[in-house]
Design a protein around this ligand. Structure first.
Ligand SMILES: Cc1ncc(COP(=O)(O)O)c(C=O)c1O
Length: 494
């Protein structure tokens, strides 16, 4: 007994706990210097967001700015203040710009200062949310409780933060696959059984769904792309026929994916109709609500999402209309047992205990592919607690009102053509021209290079469209007018 080291050694005098003369840890030599520098870094980023309107949305990266980023790995550290200065000079000015109100490209959220400081707190805790009995996991469980409430899911539905909706959709495909084939598919592989699975989604489905089918070993061809109606929503009759056809051919339909807010046009499938069909056909009903699902927070839009509460699983992002900093995707699953059976992988070094740090089973790692997981939940917890669902919902409503304003300006301007109905916050249009695809592509590039507004492009019915996805809570009529006026000026000049 006398040779045992003390269990608790607050003075740090025993063995490896001894403070060393030189600082061998990676912590600062001088905490007060570090603190002052850290405060400068915080101030710089708050200033960046506060004054974002004074900057261009985006600017092309000059070659001389890229060059220093090809240097060899640093052997000796530099002063933090110097590295910070380099960041301010070389990185910050050439970011993508989605914090800026003029950013309308793709479908991206603008973030908030609250989310930013929450990220700092999460970084300080350095929590690993794979599992264990720790309060950060309770924060994630709290957000899951809120998510269930928002979407009208049952009290025991399981939820998990993931990188984004691409990963959340993949998780849903894997659970649905295993529920259809049996959970021993995880050991035997999809090729072991005779069943050939087929899934269904509209032709407007996001490309991450075919990719998920590919990764799940089912193959992207097994995702049947069903035609859409004039509002880009899945054609329910064509869907029922496709399922029937596949059954007659001896295939095994297992999954229908509805979209709440398609990536191209913001269309919302008839979720109630899909839920009825899935119930009738005994198919897993998954909803990709990447950005559109959170329209549930806006009282004027929520009724359009009727049926979302009947899904077997729902994928969406807090980093889009939820305005949380990247990344913060979420998967919600009605049947927590199916969810767990698709991912839990018990092993000795992750054994659970009834007390101590290994308590609190099931752990988040039992519900997804990741074991090491950051504290994404914290920025969302802060966002929801400080802004509240009503303010977030109001920002979402405002995005849609701006989209309607843009629609009205396009309709009032003969040189412009609206290319798809405006369902939510996405507007697809183009400048009428002979060589229209080339002209509109060039307009978008020049708008981005101007630094004033940054839309992106897509194709509607094979024709190139300027696509404005209004997601950023800072966007106002000023930026919408700049988009229309800029498009007209460039179109006339080209
Ligand atoms: C409808 C839809 N599904 C899936 C995704 C992919 O989401 P993420 O980029 O978070 O992986 C997007 C992205 O915009 C989307 O709009």
């Amino acid at each position: 007994m006398s040779e045992m080291r003390p269990i608790i050694d607050p003075a740090g005098k025993a063995g490896i706990n001894s403070p060393t003369a030189a600082n061998e840890t990676l912590d600062p030599e001088d905490w007060s210097d570090f603190r002052a520098q850290a405060h400068r870094m915080l101030d710089d980023m708050l200033g960046y967001i506060e004054k974002i309107r004074e900057r261009p949305v985006w600017r092309p990266i000059p070659e001389q700015a890229r060059a220093p980023f090809r240097s060899p790995a640093p052997r000796r550290g530099e002063d933090l203040a110097q590295v910070h200065a380099e960041f301010m000079r070389e990185v910050l000015p050439y970011a993508q710009g989605n914090v800026h109100p003029g950013f309308m490209g793709w479908v991206q959220g603008g973030g908030t200062p609250v989310g930013m400081v929450a990220e700092m707190l999460a970084g300080g805790l350095n929590a690993n949310l794979g599992g264990r009995d720790q309060m950060p996991v309770e924060v994630e469980r709290q957000v899951t409780v809120w998510v269930r409430e928002i979407f009208g899911f049952p009290q025991d539905a399981s939820g998990l933060f993931v990188t984004g909706t691409s990963m959340a959709n993949l998780i849903a495909v894997l659970i649905a696959r295993d529920a259809a084939l049996g959970f021993d598919t995880r050991h035997k592989g999809v090729a072991a059984g005779p069943k050939r699975l087929t899934a269904y989604a509209s032709a407007a489905v996001h490309s991450c769904l075919p990719k998920a089918m590919d990764i799940a070993g089912i193959g992207s061809d097994a995702l049947r792309l069903i035609p859409t109606d004039s509002r880009h929503r899945i054609d329910l009759a064509a869907l029922a026929e496709a399922i029937q056809r596949d059954r007659e051919a001896g295939l095994t339909p297992f999954l229908v994916v509805g979209t709440a807010g398609t990536v191209n046009t913001g269309a919302i499938d008839d979720l109630g109709g899909l839920a009825d069909l899935c119930q009738r056909e005994k198919l897993w009903f998954h909803i990709d609500g990447a950005f559109g699902a959170l329209a549930k927070l806006a009282p004027d839009l929520a009724p359009r999402l009727g049926g979302i509460e009947r899904a077997d699983s729902l994928a969406f992002d807090f980093h889009k209309w939820g305005q949380a900093p990247y990344d913060a995707g979420f998967i919600l699953v009605r049947d927590p047992e199916a969810h767990k059976q698709a991912f839990a992988s018990p092993t000795a070094y992750l054994a659970r205990a009834e007390r101590g740090l290994a308590a609190g089973s099931p752990w988040p790692c039992d519900f997804g592919p990741d074991l090491s997981r950051g504290f994404r939940a914290l920025k969302v917890w802060f966002t929801l607690k400080t802004l509240g669902t009503e303010r977030l919902g109001a920002a979402i409503s405002r995005s849609c009102a701006l989209a309607r304003y843009l629609e009205s300006r396009i309709k009032a301007t003969p040189e412009l053509e609206l290319m798809a109905p405006v369902e939510l916050n996405i507007v697809c249009f183009r400048y009428r021209a002979e060589d229209s695809d080339r002209v509109n592509k060039e307009i978008v590039i020049r708008l981005q290079e101007s630094g004033i507004v940054a839309p992106s492009t897509t194709r509607i019915g094979g024709r190139l469209a300027i696509r404005a996805a209004i997601v950023n809570h800072r966007t106002s009529r000023t930026e919408i007018d700049a988009l229309v006026d800029g498009t007209l000026a460039l179109g006339r000049a080209l």
